[in-house]
Design a binder for this molecule. Sequence first.
Ligand code: SAH
Ligand code: SF4
Ligand code: F3S
Length: 484
Amino acid sequence: MDESKQGTSYIESEVVVPEGMKLAYIETYGCQMNFSDTEIVASVLKDMGYGFTSNEHEADLVFINTCSIRDNAESKVWKRLKNFRKQKSDNPGLMVGVLGCMAERLKTKLLDEEKLVDLVVGPDAYRDLPRLLDEVEGGQRSVNVLLSREETYANIAPVRLNSNGVSAFVTIMRGCDNMCTFCVVPFTRGRERSRDPYSIVEESRQLYDQGFREVTLLGQNVDSYKWSPDDSLKGKAQINKAEAKGEEIDVINFAQLLEMVANVAPDLRVRFSTSHPKDITDDVLHAMAKYKNICNYIHLPVQSGSSRVLELMNRGYSLEWYKQKVDRIYELIPDCAISTDIITGFCTETEEDHEKTIEVVNYARYSHAYMFAYSERPGTPAAKKMEDDVPEADKKRRLAEVIKLQNEISRERNLADVGKEFVVLIEGNSKRSEHDWCGRNDQNKMIVFPKQGDLKPGDYVIVKVKDATSATLLADMVSAEVQW
Ligand code: SAH
Ligand code: SF4
Ligand code: F3S
């Protein structure tokens, strides 16, 4: 999943805070789903009468929405919690809570051993926040890390306080049933379940009415989305069981959901993440080809180019299968951009295996990649059954090699766009200058161009690319007349 946003996010509030209103400060780490969850948490807190601040020192309540995916993601949070312990000694009324994926993994350590926090709340327990905060205010420490087979927060309208007002995340499913051996997510987020598609369409429609022009449908494995109107069939496992028994049940799959959301408005862009190579179907690719507003961009994590390593990772596909998927994508959607996630130095990975990863990077010609050295996670199948035997120095060197190659490819691909015209959705000022707009094209590439005419974020324009780096395309505006 796209972790470009990894780090901190501050909920900004321009609103004047009424006297006596309690203020919450939320910091978010990890993937887009965690950022999306923070918007659910904000909604629950807002209903409780909380306001929001981007200044941790004026907060009555501090929440850290945490990530466990790699060791360094957790280390950052421990550091922050120690900071907040200091702040608490100056302000004993301050409540500090840990939310999200570390809550599941480390509840005992957080609450009892280190005594760093007042409450620990897992990703399926955010509706319980009013009760939990009540307990804390009553002087107790409180915890709810129960994982659910049903919770999708379908009827909670996320509060988009730190939004650009143009693009929004919409979570369409929770949990993961895949059990990739390196991955902690099935343990921190529980079983896979899909959200009611009508609530997804409704949320997208409301976003459109509020001026948003892009939704990104989020799930750990969106291609596995499957929803049944039958109330007794909530989790993915239950639906699969009923289907295996030959029962005739109505289901809506991901390709159908994509079309439903694409039909909300022709100028509402639809993106999605993450696709799993074993599950993405031709139907999804056909839907992308059919609808102009479904963006031609697929995040298709490969993890490794070696079929032997992929098998050990329990990814459910071989290198050949993956390459065929890549071929099929370029065949049905020739201008599609594909990005990926790669892990270097997984258990037993040899130099030959690593060479195969280099090969697949060359083969797929990704527009972008998120690349990581393997970090063993306690409790995962790999930690239990395999030895983390690739020396750290080798993991790092292999990672540097993959990063170097991918940067060259990203740059080449971007330079190949020079002279081409693209439709861009304006997101806001460019980071470097308020005289430039920035926004993305269909393929999710960031494009920067000088401001011209009377335009605003949320408008579509046509631009022509004049130069490129490995990360950004530089362009000039051609026209503000975009046909849908
Ligand atoms: N659901 C997504 C992945 C979510 S985690 C998928 O199946 O692709 C995001 C990325 O973090 C993964 O794709 C993987 O590349 C990386 N990752 C997960 N566990 C890791 C670990 N133990 N060490 C290093 N990287 C890891
Ligand atoms: Fe983790 Fe695999 Fe699920 Fe992705 S598909 S969240 S890598 S278990
Ligand atoms: Fe996401 Fe990290 Fe949890 S990547 S699902 S926040 S472990």
